[in-house]
Ligand binder design. Structure first.
Ligand SMILES: Nc1ncnc2c1ncn2[C@@H]1O[C@H](COP(=O)(O)OP(=O)(O)OP(=O)(O)O)[C@@H](O)[C@H]1O
Length: 566
């Protein structure tokens, strides 16, 4: 039986849209939090059924207790067996529900984390640049945390709602007139609470807008700590900025929390008034027996827990909604590159190098504040298989822009990028990228290689470590570097090693040699590049090392976004 239930739940989870591969479409997909949680419907339903049984059981227990209070001990003892039976039902149903809730919350959190990371990875590179790392970090930590809380509160909310429903049924059956009074208080109290919670929600929303700035400051602390340590004046100015932002957030969250506490106590006030009314006033106005009043008071006391859980979860829901809106406002949730769909395998790459062309390519970098920005192009360029091309030019002349256009990280605003005559479009851009091994100026070093445990990989990797003079520093075992804690120049050599191991037809190095000592710089230009060229690779090197320009097949000089060839 349990196995059958588990299989039924699993079948439901398999239908989760976020884990399925969506259809290719030109339209951006619409995202809603509820659609994300669709796969959990069966689990949610089971958990609600458990909650309903538990809630009904508790209502039954209250009935038994109130009944037994009015009877003589002998007759009351007869109710002991049903009492024990109901206790078992309540405990078993409650535990079942809670265990389901744990699974539900954790699996939804997993879905959400994977979903967001996939969307970030499949958003256009320029969009990620625009959003900025601190906003992405704020979303991946703060927003995901708030949504996780929201997801965790949803199932208990359902359980408590089921319990409250059971209690309401019992109240209605016990005394319709008292039930109407109770409902009036519930609605009146609920209205006040929702108004107050709304104020709290708005304060939290304001605080969340400042959290991005706070993460920006945290980034400065981690990445600029040397500079901050070296300059006391700058440090003071930075601390004053940070404390202003943190103080604003503190004030906004305090205000939000204040409204939450007021709404909590408003709810409690409504409850005390209601009990007072039931016990002291209503029996005088209407003919209600003491027994009914006692039972009703019992059930109202019992209903307090689900009501207070429902009210207390409202702020969490508000924060979750703010976080969800925030994720959507980044744009990464919908702006996907259509060729980069979830679950995509790396597309196969042509073994031989291909002809790479730029035809009338233009790319405009817009500047903030109405400035005209930077125009790259229009540029025509043909790169033939096996060529060794050096790209040089002053700072800001457009070398990196050219590199990112060639790699397919930037789409051109106008013109075409072609590989072997085939135009690179949104639909084949990811495949285009797989032809390149690139070492960027700010290269990130991964400590593991996909497929690194293949036979022959270790041998090639060890040989390369020797050639890059890293063998005494780093070892590679099971596709992992033993360490990446190295000097800047050594880290760049590791990045080079990783690129070599990728064995792609095109290689791109962005100012790779800048951090190398003269000896190794010589090795790079005079040994490593010629060896790559001898393997038939096409190589593009962004460099300022004019001592080595004569080694290139072609030298491209960039000037204000235009290419001059010499
Ligand atoms: N993401 C961007 N948004 C707006 N402007 C940009 C962006 N990236 C580059 N630019 C602008 O485009 C111009 C060219 O930048 P690019 O990085 O291509 O130059 P570069 O030749 O590589 O410079 P460097 O030698 O300093 O690395 C610069 O003026 C720069 O300010």
């Amino acid at each position: 039986m349990l196995r059958a239930i588990a299989a039924w739940v699993r079948r439901g989870a398999d239908k989760t849209p976020s884990l399925r591969r969506p259809e290719l479409s030109d339209k951006p997909p619409t995202v809603s939090l509820l659609s994300m949680l669709q796969g959990s419907r069966r689990l949610l339903l089971l958990s609600a059924i458990g909650g309903l049984i538990g809630g009904g059981g508790v209502a039954g227990l209250i009935t038994l207790i109130t009944k037994s209070l009015d009877q003589d001990p002998d007759r009351a003892a007869r109710l002991a067996l049903p009492y024990v039976g109901l206790c078992i039902v309540v405990l078993a149903a409650g535990m079942f529900s809670e265990l389901l809730v744990v699974r539900l919350a954790q699996s939804n959190l997993l879905v959400l984390r994977l979903w967001l990371t996939r969307h970030i990875l499949s958003a256009p590179f320029q969009q990620l640049q625009t959003v900025g790392p601190h906003r992405l970090m704020a979303t991946l930590t703060d927003d995901i945390g708030s949504i996780a809380q929201l997801i965790e509160t949803l199932p208990p909310l359902l359980i408590e709602a089921s319990t409250l429903f059971g209690a309401l049924l019992y109240m209605g059956w016990l005394s319709p007139s008292l039930f109407v009074v109770f409902l009036a208080f519930l609605l009146g109290g609920g209205l006040g609470v929702s108004l107050l919670q709304n104020r709290s929600f708005r304060w939290h929303q304001r605080a969340r807008q400042r959290i991005d700035a706070l993460f920006g400051h945290f980034r400065t602390v981690t990445e600029g700590c040397k500079e901050l340590k070296m300059n006391a004046r700058r440090r003071r100015a930075f601390m004053s900025d940070l404390s202003a932002t943190a103080n604003t957030i503190r004030r906004q969250l305090c205000n939000g929390r204040t409204f939450t506490v007021i709404s909590d106590y408003w709810g409690k006030l409504a409850f005390f008034l209601l009990i007072g009314l039931i016990v002291f006033a209503l029996p005088r106005l209407e003919d209600i027996s003491r027994e009914t009043v006692t039972s009703f008071t019992f059930i109202v006391l019992f209903a307090m827990r689900p009501i207070s859980v429902l009210l207390n979860t409202l702020p969490g829901i508000g924060r979750g909604v703010v976080a969800w809106r925030n994720i959507k406002s980044l744009g990464v949730a919908v702006a996907k590159e259509p060729h980069l769909e979830e679950g995509d395998e790396s597309p196969p790459v042509a073994e031989r190098p291909s002809v790479l062309e730029l035809l009338q390519v233009r790319r405009q970098h817009r500047a903030e504040g109405g400035d005209s920005g930077f125009l790259f192009g229009p540029v025509n360029l043909r790169i033939d298989p096996g060529e060794l091309i050096f790209v040089t030019g002053g700072n800001g002349s457009g070398k990196t822009t050219l590199a990112l256009l060639l790699l397919g990280l930037y789409p051109p605003d106008d013109g075409e990028v072609r590989l072997d005559g085939e135009i690179v479009t949104d639909f084949n851009r990811d495949r285009h990228r797989q032809h390149f091994a690139a070492v960027f100026a700010d290269a990130y070093i991964f400590d593991a290689f996909p497929g690194g445990s293949d036979a022959g990989f270790s041998k090639r990797a060890d040989d390369l470590l020797e050639r890059l003079q890293l063998a005494n520093k780093v070892r590679i075992k099971d596709g992992h570097f033993s360490t990446v804690e190295l000097s800047k120049g050594q880290r760049k050599r590791l990045a080079l090693l990783a690129a070599y191991l990728e064995d792609r037809p095109f290689y791109l190095f962005d100012e790779w040699a800048a951090e190398q000592d003269p000896t190794f710089r010589d090795i790079f230009y005079k040994e490593l590049l010629p060896q790559l060229k001898a393997r038939g690779k096409t190589i593009i090197v962004i460099t300022h090392d004019d001592r080595y320009f004569h080694l290139a097949d072609r030298l491209l000089r960039l000037n204000m976004g235009q290419i001059e060839e010499s």
